[in-house]
Design a protein around this ligand. Structure first.
Ligand SMILES: Cc1ncc(COP(=O)(O)O)c(C=O)c1O
Length: 365
């Protein structure tokens, strides 16, 4: 069929964006490769799934889905407020934290604005901003995979509209230290919004954890911290995440740019129960942290270089174009994520699945 689209209908910023490098769903995998996926290790999902309490909550909530959910997500916001010593007017929920990243850029970015992030980075931190005409400066990690504090501080001199990065970093895995984070905050101009993405915060070893929100709160800078239920809480399929911001005014603005009913009733009920099930979370974190040590050691023994991970995945240099290796692994029923961002195109990210799935990956490799 020939295209009926006028030549200039799609904004050039959108047309030039790459397609999001999403993981492959299990049913699509079977359609394409004709075999069952034996180890789905491409999207940093939890092999233990959600808390059984969250599943029960969704079953109960299913009876009420004839009604719209609470667009304000007030019960959830109050629950998070209690757990984080914040207040509901500083908290927002979204259809996954990626929904909030989108809302954030829609809210603050004007064409030609500057945004600073790190490299390699979670794709939406870069492309979400480019979508609105921003110029994104990506500061590469140091060679030893420590956070590039010097480079970030230098880039922040340009007073970008937004500084956005995750710690632990996706896809690399390292975590910023308290002292480093202090330096970055101090180098940030008060006109720059700091977006600190804590999608993998639950997996950080106790001796590397610190209260980032407390540091931000005392900084006098505008900030937002993002968290998700897709990773440690095992709820990727229902799409729910949240943000806590320095200003209630920021939350009011994000509520306008977010999809009003983006948080569906099943997701809301599941998140509430998942947050309350500390035992399930502890089990997930224990397994992922034990496995990341084991798999990193096994990869190192096979001669691969690994970045030090504090998340539920390991980033490693395959020594050749990673997409070729990832494709070969797919034919053996193993899904990992080949990184497509220069200069990391020989690197791949493998999620910590169950011990059995991780063994299948190692054997296939
Ligand atoms: C760093 C980071 N932030 C945000 C997200 C988005 O998570 P979700 O939209 O599932 O909450 C991801 C997902 O992979 C991520 O890795």
């Amino acid at each position: 069929m020939s295209s009926t689209l006028p030549k200039d209908l799609i904004r050039p910023e959108v047309e030039s964006l790459p397609t999001y490098n999403a993981g492959l769903a299990l049913d699509r995998f079977k359609d394409i490769y004709g075999i069952d996926c034996l180890a789905k290790l491409d999207s940093n999902e939890s092999p233990l799934g959600p808390s059984p309490r969250a599943i029960l909550a969704m079953q109960n909530a299913a009876k009420g889905v004839g009604r719209y959910p609470d667009a304000a997500n007030m019960a959830l916001r109050q629950q998070v407020a209690k757990a984080t010593s914040s207040t509901a007017d500083h908290i927002i929920f979204g259809n996954g934290s990626e929904d909030l990243i989108g809302a954030l850029f829609r809210t603050v970015i004007r064409p030609n604005d500057k945004v600073v992030t790190i490299c390699p980075s979670f794709g939406l931190h870069e492309f979400g901003a480019m979508m609105f005409g921003a110029t994104v400066t990506k500061v590469p990690f140091n060679d030893d995979w420590s956070f590039p504090i010097k480079g970030l501080c230098a880039a922040l001199k340009d007073k970008p509209r937004v500084l956005i990065f995750s710690s632990p970093s996706n896809p690399a895995g390292p975590v910023i230290s308290q002292d480093e984070f202090r330096q970055v905050i101090a180098a940030t101009d008060p006109s720059t919004l700091i977006c600190f993405d804590e999608a993998y915060v639950e997996f950080i070893e106790p001796d590397k954890q610190f209260d980032a929100m407390a540091l931000l709160q005392n900084s006098g800078r505008p900030w937002i911290v993002l968290r998700t239920f897709s990773k440690a809480y095992g709820l990727a399929g229902v799409r729910i995440g949240y943000g806590i911001a320095s200003d209630a005014k920021m939350i009011t603005a994000l509520m306008k740019t977010r999809n009003p009913f983006g948080v569906n009733a099943l997701a809301a009920s599941a998140a509430s129960e998942a947050m309350a099930d500390h035992a399930h979370l502890a089990k997930v974190v224990k397994q992922a942290t034990v496995e990341r040590e084991r798999i990193a050691a096994a990869l190192t023994a096979k001669g691969f270089t690994c970045a030090p991970s504090q998340a539920n995945f390991v980033f490693f240099d395959t020594g050749a174009p990673a997409d070729v290796l990832a494709e070969k692994l797919r034919t053996k029923g193993v899904l990992i994520k080949a990184w497509l961002e220069a200069p990391y195109k020989t690197w791949a990210r493998v999620t910590m699945g169950s011990p059995a799935e991780n063994d299948i990956f190692l054997n296939a490799l």
